[in-house]
Design a protein around this ligand. Structure first.
Ligand SMILES: Nc1ncnc2c1ncn2[C@@H]1O[C@H](COP(=O)(O)OP(=O)(O)O)[C@@H](O)[C@H]1O
Ligand SMILES: [Mg+2]
Length: 305
């Protein structure tokens, strides 16, 4: 565990150095559309099964309802399930992109809910940890999605170089936890690794407490994490909100529909709406979008080649 954390810190350190290096010409052209770059939001957790996919999909719907063009990208390369949650079996998924058989644009599919998805590549453990070159190609592919307002990236749980690359490229990194001690500990673990290099990442770290009994329980979990992060990591984490533990969620999952669709008035739906309203109000200072994303990648690669 120590070893893994050390390796990841090294990756982040190299990324930081790369981001600081001069921007290569290939990244410059992506800044042409500076005014309407998509806002990239990652949804990450320390532990699996805490609600990343439910939050990603339902947050996308809430954004769509306020008029945003949203894409959900299923970047959980080990346990992809955005498409399962929406009862869709897209013919192509990220596997085909990674194998260079398709482009991201070609595999983008519209859903009946007014959002689009990029389906993940479930069960391909050999690609769950892509090599450096493949990751770079993959991120370059994402540039073609630049006509969206918001791209929500549902990542795998835990720390891997894939996840950290996505977080590094994001405008907002949402960390989700439940009140369970194990989930909190693991969420703190991932925050700690991000924090080590936070200065260079220049994005908002936001916390969502899922499956809470109520506002008070969620607030106390959030306060604890925010205090520890501030005290020991000198890192500011914003509390974005909570989602009730709500039976409507598993019911909707069973029906393979988003809970925002099955029961738009349920407690969980109202909570997600609040979270999205808050996110929409607090846009991160400036959208870094693909320009920054590519800069980090190419910056890093110029340093490593
Ligand atoms: N707010 C909630 N209330 C009740 N159950 C929930 C809630 N959020 C998630 N769950 C349960 O947890 C399961 C895992 O959620 P999911 O979004 O797939 O997690 P992850 O993507 O982090 O693995 C869901 O299928 C659902 O049964
Ligand atoms: Mg998931």
């Amino acid at each position: 565990m120590e070893d893994q954390a050390e390796k990841l810190r090294e990756i982040m350190r190299r990324k930081k150095e790369g981001a600081a290096s001069s921007r290569p010409a290939s990244a410059a052209k992506t800044n042409v559309k500076a005014a309407d770059k998509p806002r990239i939001i990652t949804v990450t957790s320390g532990k699996g099964g805490v609600g990343k996919t439910n939050l990603s999909v339902n947050m996308a719907l809430a954004f769509a309802r306020i008029g945003k063009k949203v894409i959900v990208m299923d970047a959980d390369l080990g346990l992809a399930n955005v498409n399962v949650m929406l009862n869709m079996i897209p013919k192509y998924n990220l596997y085909h992109v990674i194998k260079k058989q398709k482009t991201v644009r070609e595999i983008l599919v519209e859903t009946e809910y007014g959002i689009s998805i990029v389906a993940g590549a479930s069960g391909f453990s050999q690609i769950a940890n892509l090599g450096e070159e493949d990751r770079k190609d993959f991120i370059r592919e994402l540039d073609t999605l630049s006509n969206a307002d918001i791209i929500i990236i549902d990542t795998s749980a835990g720390v891997s170089s894939n996840v950290l690359d996505f977080i590094a490229a994001a405008d907002d990194a949402v960390i989700i936890t439940t009140p369970e001690p194990t989930a909190i500990t693991d969420a703190y673990g991932i925050i700690k690794i991000i924090a080590t290099e936070y200065d260079s990442l220049n994005m908002g770290l936001k916390l969502v407490v899922n499956r809470a009994k109520g506002a008070a329980e969620a607030k106390s979990v959030a306060d604890r994490m925010i205090n520890i992060s501030g005290q020991f990591l000198n890192l500011k984490v914003d509390y974005l909100g909570f989602i009730y533990d709500d039976i409507s969620v598993p019911h909707a999952v069973l029906r393979q529909k988003p809970f925002m669709v099955v029961d738009p008035k349920c407690k969980a739906s109202i909570c997600v709406q609040h979270i999205v309203e808050r996110m929409d109000r607090n846009k991160t200072g400036e959208s870094h979008g693909f320009g920054a994303m590519l800069r980090r990648f190419f910056g890093r690669s110029t340093e490593t080649v």
